[in-house]
Structure formats: structure tokens, C-alpha cells
Design a protein around this ligand. Sequence first.
Ligand SMILES: [Zn+2]
Length: 396
Amino acid sequence: METFVIQNTNVILTDSIAENMDVVIKGGVIDGIFDNGKRSSMGNEVVFDAVGNYLAPGFIDLHFHGILNFLVDGGSEHLENICRELPRFGVTGFLPTVGPLPEGRDADFLNSLSALESKAAQILGFFLEGPFLAMTGALPPEALGKASAKRIRYLVEAASPYAAVFGVSPELDGILDHIPLMAEGDTPVFVTHTAASVEQTLAGIRAGISHATHFYDVFPCGKETDPGVRPAGAVEAVLSEPGVSVDFILDGEHVHPVAVKMALEGKGPDRVCLITDSNLGTGLPPGVYKGVGDSEVEFAYPGAPARMTSNTRSPGCLAGSGLTMDRAVRNAVKMLDIGLPLAVRMASLNPAQVLDIDGKKGKIQPGFDADLVLLDKNLEVVQTWVNGKNVYREVK
Ligand SMILES: [Zn+2]
């Protein structure tokens, strides 16, 4: 079994940074972490000098639509390109997000995607943003389906061998009865696109909802029913339940950083994640990009959100972000005034926990998969490995 050593690196651990270390990888798994030079060489090993750069666990994006003109909704060739390109941004695993389609076509399409086996960034399941939502946001009207066990079963089958992670609005008529079916096999169920009441949201959580995605976005404020009394709704219900995790699009426009800080204070450091919810022009120069259907979005500056153009149904409306996971981590350090270990944890261990794979992904620790990203002092990606295999190298 080949031994690979990343030497002279500052290892980002869950709560701290271990400086000047050597990380030994065997068979795609982290075998040991040693003080630089304090280990006896096994002879037959490949050594890479990290010249003091940071080594972080690979980033896991729970909500991702597209990048570099490729869109998950564009089909399996697009998805294949996405898997190959994502390590450039430090991503080693993700949930490709599938937009809603009419019943029947959705399962066929998902089936065509789930035939793919990635050679680079790993597919960790598919996030289905629709058809069980009560509000469209920037999604097409097919997002607003009817709760149906038959349709859920078809979609689960179509996603196999990957998990189908459903996004639901708890106020959708009849959905509460179906959440246990979505949650079978410890599959997480996400709440999103919702104006549910406190009671509806808590009932959804009791039924199996475990995570809230693009929290605060398409979670509108309730109406004041008693003058002067601040209404409570899905946001307050999710914040009140310590077991429910949340994720944010931290680009400075989708959510105020203070709302992310509030979630970190309330939920603690292990229940808040960073996502991109990125749209197809992400990673390209600012400008106008055309997607599937009538979608046309504009990015005003690098890392800016995608906004619908004047040729669309809702001009100016937010339609996902221009974030990449490495930029989200840099934003977290800057906008939340937190240390690098916590920012990295929000992009690696915490999403791994949402997917219940935190026993093997999200940490640099012996026994964990060698899904790793090397970051320079400015937190730009230098190299990325998936299961110990190099899948991205910066070209200077
Ligand atoms: Zn989305």
C-alpha cells in the first residue's frame, strides 16, 4: 500500500491549528499526524512539502446548483464536469441540487444523474429543492407539488445508490405524514422555502426534519397580528430546537452576518454550516449568464449573488449565489470575526455531521478519509485530495 506524506504543514483541527506537522496517508486514509521530522521514514513513500501552508479537511457543500457555466440541471455531462472542477475550490464532497421538474420527468432526470460515478469531488447524495415546497423563491412553479408517498418513493429509487435529500415546507398540505418516509435510513430532511407557523415547523421537526437550508432566505417574516408583538415563525422554531442544524449563504447579501452570528451563539459551533447555493456563472468573470429554461442571471462582482435579469419573471430577484466554498470560508473569517478552525469546521465537519458521515469525513484525524485541501496564507486553494488522490493542483 502506497504511503503518501504531506510534510511541513499547519493542520487545521476542529478547535485549533497544529503547526509544522507531517500528515501520513495510507490507502486513501489518514494514518497519522506527527511533529515535522519526528517520525521514522518507512522508505518507500512519496513525500510532498507543503511549505508551511494550511491543511484543512475537504469542504462539503450541502446546496449547490452550478459553476463555470455547468449546471446540475443541465444533465449528467454537466454534473461530470462539476465533479471535476469543484476541487479547484476546495470541495471534496457535495450534494448536487436538482431543481423541480414535472412528475415523471423528475425521476427520469434524477436517474440519469445517479448513474454517474465521480472521479474527483464525491457525490454525497442529491438535494431535491422541490417538488414539496410551499413557496417558489427563484424556483419554477413545479417546486409546488403535492405530498405523495408514491412520488417520494420514485424519487428515492431514482437517486439510488445515492441518498435523496428532500427539501420541504412544513405548511404544505399533508406533508407532515410523509416526512418519516423521506427520513428513512437516517437520511436528513431539510426545511426551506417556508412561511410555516411555529407549530407547523415544530411538528415537521418531530416528524424528522433535521436541518434548515439557506436559512433566513425564503423564510419570510410573519405578519404582526397583535400590534407591537413581534411574530414568531419557522425561523424562531428552528432556532429553538438545539438538534436542528442550519446553513447559510454567507455572501454579505443573502443574509446579514449578524444573523449567522446569532445562530452560532444559539446553536453552538457544531450546528451551523456554510453552503454556496451557487448558480452557473460562479467562478467566471462578473456578467450575464444564461441557464436552463428562461433563467438568465447577472453577477455584479466576483462572489456577488446571482440576480435575475430584466428578461426574467422576477427582475433583480436573488437566484442563488456566486460563492465558492473557499470564498465562503474567507467570508466567514472576515464577516463573522471568527478563527480559521471554526470557519473551516462550518464548511467540513458540520456538513459531514448533517449527512451523518462525520465518523469518516470532516476531520484531519487518523482513520478519517484523506479528503484534504491545502490553503495558502490568503486561504486560496493550492491543492486538493479526495481519498488521498490529488484532484487539483494550482497552476502558477
Ligand atoms: Zn438552491
